[in-house]
Design a protein around this ligand. Structure first.
Ligand code: MN
Ligand code: ZN
Length: 340
């Protein structure tokens, strides 16, 4: 069967590998139908993802259909449409003992540390499979994964309706974040970006205010928009040089600042800005069993992921898909690789 492997940075190959067989642990064989291209996949392809190891079959937004089940499988049957959890954890380390397997000491993320979903078939444990809503196509279902990332961040922020929220970045992650932040009906949602069309879209999708950080001072404007106080929650979905300090400066006393970036470039910050306001600075990584939460939100009609995918390519045309993604064509929202 075919799989898409990043042999080393900037070298993508469609390879032939053995079709996996199920065993008592990986007891569900999934025929992949759709897989998203995420910023982190692009990072692994271009060699800028610090977590990645090579060679690697990438892809962590993994949608498929159950093709075979082991004797010990009780909740799934052949033909079920599912999305696969990308996080695998050991179950016996300190974070796992605190039910935080997404930061397991022995964390293995499919498509990053272990092989992922850009392939025709994958064998995974039953417990990592989540049934898809009937209302969602396989290609649009890949967006469930980015949405889980946003749910995780809002949970880390302990978001409440009294909050005033500032989201830095209106790209793919920032848009998913806006969609989930909206569900909490906070008093304000301020979105920051440098791209006017993206800010326009944010206003249409529930942002109460926007700040163009190219032309406006973010800290000053954020305070103005929050009666001089500063947002009570700042979520940094952009992670550019200086964004962390900006987030901490803008945040009001006793606020929460959520970091999501993976940059290892140093960024200057001082302790006073955190201590003096007793900020809670919290990282949010991947997601911790959030798939069912997102699927429930879809089934209840609280969020609609239909039409999320702007472009599709055949799995075996992955090179063309990544090349097209590199053009940064403004029409690109989300690309999915399809296997039929
Ligand atoms: Mn992703
Ligand atoms: Zn663990």
């Amino acid at each position: 069967m075919k799989a898409v492997q990043i042999v080393k940075p900037n070298q993508l190959e469609v390879i032939d590998i053995e079709k996996p067989v199920i065993d008592p642990k990986n007891n569900v064989l999934v025929k992949m139908t759709a897989a998203g291209i995420c910023g982190s996949d692009v990072g692994i392809y271009h060699g800028t993802n610090a977590a990645a190891t090579y060679p690697r079959i990438i892809g962590h937004e993994m949608v498929g259909v159950v093709a075979e089940v082991g004797d010990n499988v009780s909740s799934l049957k052949i033909g079920d449409r599912i999305i696969i959890n990308q996080v695998t954890s050991c179950g016996h380390c300190y974070p796992c003992s605190k039910n935080r397997g997404n930061v397991c000491d022995n964390l293995k993320v499919r498509g990053v540390h272990i092989d992922g979903g850009y392939r025709e078939y994958i064998a995974v444990p039953e417990s990592d499979c989540y049934l898809l809503p009937d209302s969602l196509s396989d290609q649009d279902a890949v967006m469930i994964e980015p949405t889980t990332i946003a749910v995780q961040a809002c949970s880390r922020a302990q978001l409440e309706f009294q909050d005033t929220v500032m989201i830095i970045g209106a790209g793919a992650l920032g848009s998913s974040m806006l969609r989930i932040v909206n569900l909490y009906s906070p008093r304000k949602i301020i979105v920051v970006d440098i791209d006017e069309p993206k800010l326009e879209a944010a206003l249409q999708n529930g942002a109460t205010d926007v700040i163009n950080s190219k032309t406006e001072d973010v800290v000053t404007r954020a305070k103005e928009l929050t009666d001089g106080y500063g947002p009570t929650v700042v979520i940094d979905c952009a992670c550019f040089h200086g964004s962390f300090l900006t987030a901490c400066k803008a945040a009001g006393n006793a606020s929460r600042v959520i970091t999501m970036g993976f940059s290892i470039a140093p960024d200057e910050i001082n302790q006073f800005v955190i201590t003096s306001k007793e900020l809670d600075v919290r990282g949010s990584r991947l997601q911790n069993h959030r798939f069912q939460t997102v699927i429930d939100l879809i089934n209840k009609g609280k969020i609609d992921l239909n039409g999320s995918i702007s472009h599709t390519f055949k799995l075996t045309d992955a090179q063309a898909a990544f090349d097209f993604n590199d053009t940064h064509d403004p029409s690109i929202r989300k690309i999915a690789l399809l296997n039929d």
